[in-house]
Design a protein around this ligand. Structure first.
Ligand SMILES: NC(=O)c1ccc[n+]([C@@H]2O[C@H](COP(=O)([O-])OP(=O)(O)OC[C@H]3O[C@@H](n4cnc5c(N)ncnc54)[C@H](OP(=O)(O)O)[C@@H]3O)[C@@H](O)[C@H]2O)c1
Length: 296
């Protein structure tokens, strides 16, 4: 039996991690949500991590706009909190899988970002997540795994896919941004991959470092919305393309969030599936199926 700890277990990705790990007969799981473990407390983290073989940190300050006005608050979770976990893993001998973001990049590239591309965070949230990455790599050079993801959606919590499905029943046409490029990623196969990586890492079969946990291929939010409609039997022409320049939000968003996936080969793993294939599978799940069926 290997012993795993999931932090941030009450979050969107956390839910899927718990589902995947609970189905693994060889894994004994301790899942801790924020009320059970606040990762900003070094002492509580140390106590929680002790005795575990693998830790997956899915806890994060994810309020991207809120991080602009309270960067120290976001840093306490995304930077210092991650550092507490990495330090506790260094002390106890555990492997750490740390979830990070495409926002560590500026988002003005024209080619997919490789794992070792220089970082240049696009906003305050990105800076705090970059601090978490740096802490994990520095404190756990032999057992620290950073998996950057982006454009996540899942059955739990708020996300773009659920928002579009809900809006499909409320409005005839929807304006959706067509000048931001990315890789829509379902949190369930990401959770499966994080577990696979943790298992390979614990068996000494995956080199530590940075991996890109996003779907293959790429699209825009507009392309994603059209595909959601098409897969739901709705008319994709109800989606209207707009540019992002008229949307004012506190935090800058990247225009180009496409990550390359060559790093998985080092762990003997293929990149995650194409975003369209992933989306078709996700929409078959009960939580999304229940949102489908707006006016045609
Ligand atoms: N969603 C995306 O599109 C996206 C994109 C790129 C990267 N990511 C990364 O993916 C990971 C999972 O995010 P998610 O989408 O699952 O976000 P989420 O649903 O917001 O989950 C994050 C969880 O962390 C918890 N948390 C916040 N502060 C904490 C603390 N001090 N101690 C312990 N737990 C704390 C939150 O609890 P409360 O809800 O009670 O605050 C929440 O349950 C994060 O590392 C995030 O940065 C997400």
């Amino acid at each position: 039996m290997s012993k795993w700890l999931v932090t941030g277990a009450g979050g969107s990705l956390g839910h899927d991690l718990v589902a995947v790990l609970s189905a693994e007969a060889s894994i004994e799981l301790m899942a801790m949500s924020r009320s059970e473990l606040d990762i900003t407390s070094a002492a509580a983290v140390r106590e929680a991590v002790a005795g575990h073989d693998v830790v997956v940190n899915a806890a994060a300050w994810t309020d991207v706009d809120g991080a602009e006005s309270d960067e120290p608050g976001a840093l306490a979770v995304n930077g210092t909190g991650a550092a507490h976990i990495a330090a506790a893993c260094a002390e106890s001998g555990a492997v750490l899988v740390q979830v990070s973001t495409d926002y560590v990049f500026s988002g003005d590239a024209t080619q997919p970002y490789p794992e070792d591309a220089p970082i240049h965070p696009v906003n305050a949230y990105g800076r705090t997540k970059a601090a978490g990455e740096a802490a994990v790599r520095e404190l756990l050079p032999d057992r620290g795994f950073v998996v950057r993801t982006a454009w996540l959606y899942g059955e739990h919590g708020r996300n773009f896919v659920a928002t579009i499905l809900r809006a499909s029943g409320e409005r005839e046409t929807l304006d959706v941004v067509n000048d931001a490029h990315g890789q829509p990623t379902w949190s369930f196969p990401l959770a499966q991959r994080l577990v696979g990586l943790g298992q390979a890492a614990a068996a000494g079969q995956a080199p530590p470092g940075i991996y890109h946990g996003t779907a293959s291929g790429r699209t825009t939010w507009y392309g994603l919305a059209r595909e959601i409609f098409a897969l739901s039997g709705l008319d994709p022409d109800r989606i209207k393309p707009v540019t992002s320049d008229h949307i004012r939000r506190p935090a800058r968003r990247p225009g180009y969030s496409v990550l390359s996936h060559a790093g998985w080969a080092r762990a003997g793993m293929a990149p995650l599936a194409d975003w369209r294939e992933m989306l078709a599978d996700a929409l078959g799940r009960p939580a999304f199926a229940a949102l489908q069926g707006g006016p045609r």
